[in-house]
Design a protein around this ligand. Structure first.
Ligand SMILES: C[S@@+](CC[C@H](N)C(=O)[O-])C[C@H]1O[C@@H](n2cnc3c(N)ncnc32)[C@H](O)[C@@H]1O
Length: 288
């Protein structure tokens, strides 16, 4: 049985993989790129890129297609602590290899040290405990070649909010029930899993403390057109987390029952209320 207190509780099933594909589409539609445009790759043919916590490798498959369109070659390596969502090797392009690695590992395997031009991390805000992403930054630093880049894309949990269609001032549709449902689920998850999100605001400073030059750090408000996909993705994850929290008796911050909160929020959402979170993009560079 899953336990909210364990490392990472999100489903191992097709539903979570489907959500990750959907979320990848949302990222690409918002940013317009997989690899940050400020990242300058060497002209040599042995460009190597790693994706930490790669999930179902959606980002790598998309990146492989970007490279193919540009007629460039790169070796792409997907790493994750578990392989539940990995596509079969036979269905991957030959330049993508997937392996198992704990992104927090204290002793990185030698074959991962100094190997990569880019280390990518995305959607780790439910993976980082105690407000401390430093083990991931340290490992990325070790994994990079001199002059290599870390690209971290994430969703800022503290910016989670309910929004009426258009801008608030134009709309009379209430959002209070959706705010309450979101706050309850989020708070239960934060308390049970010891999650905090303030590190997302400090990612640039943390890069500098670990010897990386900050190439870009920005918060991005997700476009209105992508609020529907964001809402579906967030409802999927919060329904899953709340089910576990209710079952384990660790729902906090409310004396109402989850079904009641969910139903009331659903009434607002059916009138057009969305859930949204801001994106954070942080690119750092190891000295050459
Ligand atoms: C929300 S998913 C994001 C997947 C992928 N980065 C994406 O954006 O589509 C988080 C991923 O982190 C992985 N993960 C959790 N703990 C990890 C760890 N300690 N080391 C490496 N990966 C981990 C999970 O297995 C899951 O695939």
């Amino acid at each position: 049985m899953s336990d909210l207190r364990k490392n990472y509780v999100v489903s191992h099933g097709f539903d979570e993989s489907g959500r990750l594909y959907m979320q990848h589409w949302m990222w690409k539609m918002q940013l317009g790129w997989d690899l940050h445009p400020a990242i300058k790759l060497p002209e040599s043919s042995d460009v190597r890129i790693a994706d930490q916590g790669c999930g179902n490798a959606a980002w790598l498959v998309s990146l492989a297609s970007d490279f193919e369109k540009e007629g460039r070659h790169a070796s792409l390596v997907g790493l994750d602590v578990q392989n539940y969502h990995y596509p079969p090797t036979g269905n991957l392009p030959p330049n993508i290899k997937l392996a198992i690695l704990d992104a927090f590992a204290e002793d990185l395997p030698e074959d991962q040290v100094g190997q990569y031009d880019v280390v990518h991390v995305r959607a780790f805000s439910s993976v980082i405990k105690d407000d401390n992403p430093e083990p991931i930054i340290k490992n990325a630093y070790k994994m990079l070649k001199p002059g290599g880049y870390i690209q971290w894309d994430d969703l800022d949990g503290d910016s989670f909010r309910a929004v009426a269609p258009g801008s608030h001032s134009e709309s009379s549709i209430p959002t209070a029930a959706t705010e309450e449902m979101v706050a309850t689920s989020l708070q239960s998850q934060k308390v049970a899993m010891n999650l905090k999100y303030s590190w997302l605001g400090r990612l640039g400073q943390l890069y500098e403390q670990h010897g990386l030059e900050v190439v870009d750090y920005k918060k991005v408000i997700v476009k209105k057109e992508l609020r529907s996909v964001m809402t579906v993705s967030l409802l999927m994850i919060h329904a899953h987390i709340a089910r576990i929290a209710v079952r384990n008796g660790c729902m906090v911050g409310t004396d109402k029952n989850w079904e009641e909160l969910w139903t009331k929020a659903g009434e607002e959402i059916s009138q057009g209320v969305s859930l949204t979170m801001d994106m954070v993009v942080a690119v750092g560079r190891k000295p050459a």
